[in-house]
Design a protein around this ligand. Structure first.
Ligand code: B1N
Length: 831
């Protein structure tokens, strides 16, 4: 039936000045009060601060939706090609302040609130952020969504609506304890549930291959359970730009599913099934770069991928198109292998459900997908055991076997590959009970594969996907990661943002290369003074926060040396600790004449089952306990572990850093993005030639970067040789002193052997070459102290760091994806 035409413009036009979307102080105030009365059902007198926050969130959401629907209308009218970003993780951070910034209404909103006697900053602090990711990979997905919406790349981002996101980290007796995250406990004003947008998802059972009387061959999958995925939408607004959407799927039981037929009226069992269905989206796996091979994780991956692909097909057909052209309409990006099952699922949908022949389906599939690899760590490369896979996804196993069979035939007969090559490249690893190599499935099923920094992309081609890169050199490319300057300066560091804008105008926020104009100012004493004053204010503010959170006082005039990221051995937080112990021992020996007062600030979560990472947290806090209370050293040294690192906390920390620790073993950190966030806020970096550090140093210049350590090649070489970490212990007095101190019991009188596992690993195995890099680290640190001694010079370097960070905007990354992989024009580049 023809729908009555709705005059869309009437609802969104600027000339109508609808109060509901008006941007003036008075419109915002009126909307806020309306929302408080009619949406929350409160009068100001009875309202709590949370009620106020929610009323403001709804007020802002209306305005965000206006931009979003405007963008959707344009995509639909112009029938534009769209990016579908598939990621198991997102870390958007708090929405309120970001949306105010994007709408350009921060000031008038604060004024409107002030007129009502409400402090807007206090409301902003009420928001619980969605912790739907572990770390860099999830935050990258959110930066990319911000950039796509800012530049105007039509996009939809798909993921999982975990009821419990990343755990809350508490520190008790210096140890990490995990508590469930409760981000939904007061509701979520930013999302809308689309109950009508839902898909059935099947698991388990068996398949039946049938040939009908016409000789047509079909496969029926007879599952043993089904559930439904329902869409929850959060509109995402780009900076003064366009809208996008984060569509997260929640698992629900299907009421119409006839349990009683199976269970003969066993009501409790039926309820049990319901609970089991809903378990799928209950909780985020808290393992960053560590594979667990758990059935529920595979189910999560398949669940969200199938919902997302079914949704794309629906949207495609809705536009009156046929499936043969799916790849013309959508560029589907796989954020690591977590959604790689999409390759098999799209084949299933096309071949089984829509009866498109295999070759045509495969062509569509390959042209739809791009795959981004984020890690070379062997323990993070996803593999699924075949028995498990068969149990959960029997039809997909058949499809993967078929893809593998055809691929192997092609390798053998078209490319003349040897048996060794075949077994290296196959999708199936036949060792043990057999497993599926998801990175291979993603590579074979995509038309482009990219790494996330220049070095990482090279290593990917040289090692993990070597044979594939030989076979298809054009398939491989690099897109260096980037960060959102809106989130990580404009929101995080308003003072620096103000100074930069008053100096070079505001264009830099959407064209980060414009920061280079600051370079002229690097030696200007007045500008340097303003720059230093801002850093000082930010440090004082972090210092207050540290006092509040940990009870420890930190003098803001100390150098703030910041090491914040997931705790992982390859990131080498313990190398940092060894140096701190070295400084401590020097002070104790009286060698502290010219020592620069330093505050070492750590934050980051450890995977709950990762023994060494948790022990490293304990080590940091034990060193802190020793040092912070010792009046002989604590005016020179402080060691802080800030609990429960999150986007919100990070925004507080980055602006206050003087020195950024990026000290992973070369070849291990695919890119890193914290390195970029700290540098963009004026910290100088001490780091290895790893991940994006390499490109940062190229941009910033050797003179403004503290480089140390083995490079990736030297690491490889040493590993292949006869690396003896003990030699460094023997030959380096400082190293010997700190190592001995580690097990002296001074750090853990109640349990002198506590840190023995770290000690022994370093001395006898040292997989992350801490012993090998220690001396070089100390030498580089000596340069840091020297440079710090001349504050004007340091400030100059800090300004230069910021001025040369233009490349690392996520807007640039998205432009690279658009031109190299997606072949999509932004709105900005369209007439
Ligand atoms: O992805 C980030 C990079 O900047 C980091 O260098 C990289 O370590 C990170 C399994 C991962 N790689 N792999 C993961 C996360 C969760 C999980 O369950 C692996 N995270 C990264 C963005 O490119």
């Amino acid at each position: 039936k023809e729908r009555k035409a709705i005059n869309f413009d009437l609802l969104t036009s600027k000339t109508i000045k609808s109060k509901r979307i008006g941007l003036s102080k008075n419109d915002i105030k009126d909307s806020f009060l309306e929302n408080l009365f009619f949406h929350i059902g409160r009068v100001p007198k009875g309202a709590t601060i949370m009620d106020y926050y929610q009323a403001l969130a709804y007020t802002v959401r209306d305005r965000v939706f206006k931009e979003f629907v405007t963008t959707v209308k344009r995509i639909s009218d112009e029938d534009l090609r769209v990016v579908a970003y598939l990621s198991a993780e997102y870390l958007p951070g708090p929405h309120l302040a970001n949306n105010l910034l994007s709408l350009g209404i921060t000031e008038q909103t604060a004024a409107a609130m002030a007129e009502l006697g409400i402090d807007m900053e206090e409301l902003i602090l009420q928001e619980e952020e969605p912790g739907l990711g572990n770390g860099g990979l999830g935050r990258l997905a959110s930066c990319y969504l911000d950039s796509m919406a800012t530049i105007g790349i039509p996009s939809i981002a798909y993921g999982i609506r975990y009821e419990f996101g990343i755990f809350e980290q508490h520190i008790k007796n210096g140890l990490q304890e995990e508590y469930t995250d409760k981000w939904l406990q007061y509701g979520n004003p930013w999302e809308v549930v689309r109950s009508e947008i839902g898909y059935n998802i099947m698991f388990g059972g068996s398949t039946k291959h049938v040939t009908d009387s016409n000789g047509n061959f079909t496969v029926n999958w007879i599952p043993d359970s089904k559930l439904r995925g329902t869409a929850y939408d959060t509109p995402i607004l780009g900076y003064k730009g366009y809208g996008s959407i984060l569509r997260l799927w929640r698992a629900e039981a299907i009421d119409t599913f006839d349990f009683s037929a199976y269970n003969k009226g066993d009501y409790y069992k039926a309820v049990q099934e319901k609970i089991l269905s809903e378990n799928i989206t209950k909780v985020l796996y808290p393992n960053d770069e560590q594979e667990t091979g758990k059935e529920l994780r595979l189910k999560q991956q398949y669940f969200f991928v199938s919902c997302s692909l079914q949704d794309l097909i629906r949207l495609h057909l809705l536009q009156g198109r046929i499936l043969d052209t799916l790849h013309e309409k959508f560029a589907i990006q796989l954020n690591d292998t977590h959604p790689a099952i999409a390759v098999a699922e799209l084949m299933r949908l096309l071949v089984d459900d829509y009866q498109i022949d295999w070759d045509k389906s495969w062509n569509i599939t390959q042209r739809c997908f791009g795959y981004t690899n984020h890690t070379l760590l062997p323990e993070a490369l996803e593999k699924w055991s075949i028995p498990l896979f068969r149990r959960v996804l029997p039809r997909h196993l058949e499809i993967i076997y078929e893809i593998n069979h055809r691929f192997v035939q092609e390798l053998k007969y078209q490319h003349g590959c040897s048996d060794e090559q075949l077994s290296r490249m196959a999708l199936i690893d036949h060792s043990g009970e057999g497993s599926i190599r998801m990175a291979h499935l993603a590579t074979v099923g995509s038309h482009k594969v990219n790494g996330v920094s220049a070095l990482h992309s090279e290593l990917l081609k040289k090692h993990v996907l070597y044979d594939f890169a030989q076979l298809w050199p054009d398939k491989f490319c690099n897109v260096t990661n980037g960060i959102s300057p809106r989130r990580f300066i404009a929101l995080s560091n308003p003072l620096l943002t103000g100074l930069i804008t008053e100096t070079i105008g505001s264009g830099w926020l959407t064209d980060l290369k414009e920061l280079s104009k600051l370079e002229n100012m690097a030696e200007d004493p007045t500008f340097q003074n303003k720059w230093m004053a801002i850093k000082q204010t930010n440090k004082a503010s972090l210092s207050d926060h540290i006092k509040l959170e940990t009870g420890i006082s930190v003098d803001p005039s100390m150098m703030f040396d910041v090491h914040v990221k997931r705790i992982h051995e390859y990131k080498r937080q313990h190398l940092n600790v060894l140096n701190i112990l070295h400084l401590y021992l020097q002070i104790k020996k009286g060698n502290n004449k010219d020592m620069i007062p330093m505050a070492f600030i750590f934050a980051g979560k450890a995977a709950p089952g990762y023994f060494m990472a948790k022990l490293i947290i304990k080590l940091i806090t034990a060193v802190g306990d020793l040092i912070n209370q010792d009046t002989e050293v604590n005016d020179k040294l402080k060691v802080i572990f800030l609990p429960d690192f999150s986007v919100k906390k990070a925004q507080h920390i980055y602006p206050a850093a003087d020195l950024s620790e990026q000290i992973s073993m070369a070849g291990k950190e695919a890119s890193g993005t914290g390195n970029m966030k700290l540098s963009l806020n004026g910290a100088l970096t001490i780091g290895t030639l790893d991940g994006a550090n390499v490109e940062m140093m190229e941009e910033i210049g050797m003179d403004n970067f503290f480089l140390f350590g083995l490079n990736a090649e030297e690491v490889q070489h040493k590993k292949q040789g006869n690396y003896k970490p003990g030699d460094h212990y023997v030959h380096n007095l400082h190293l010997r002193e700190v190592m001995d101190f580690l097990i002296s019991g001074a750090l853990s009188p109640e349990n002198p052997k506590l840190f023995q596992p770290i000690y022994e690993q370093l001395l006898y195995d040292d997989p992350y070459m801490i012993m090998a890099d220690f001396e070089s680290y100390l030498i580089s640190r000596a340069k840091v102290y020297e440079e710090w001694g001349n504050q004007s010079n340091w400030t100059k370097k800090s300004i230069i760091n910021v001025a040369r960070m233009g490349k690392f905007s996520s807007d640039r990354s998205i432009q690279d994806y658009s031109s190299l992989i997606w072949k999509i024009d932004s709105f900005q580049n369209r007439p």
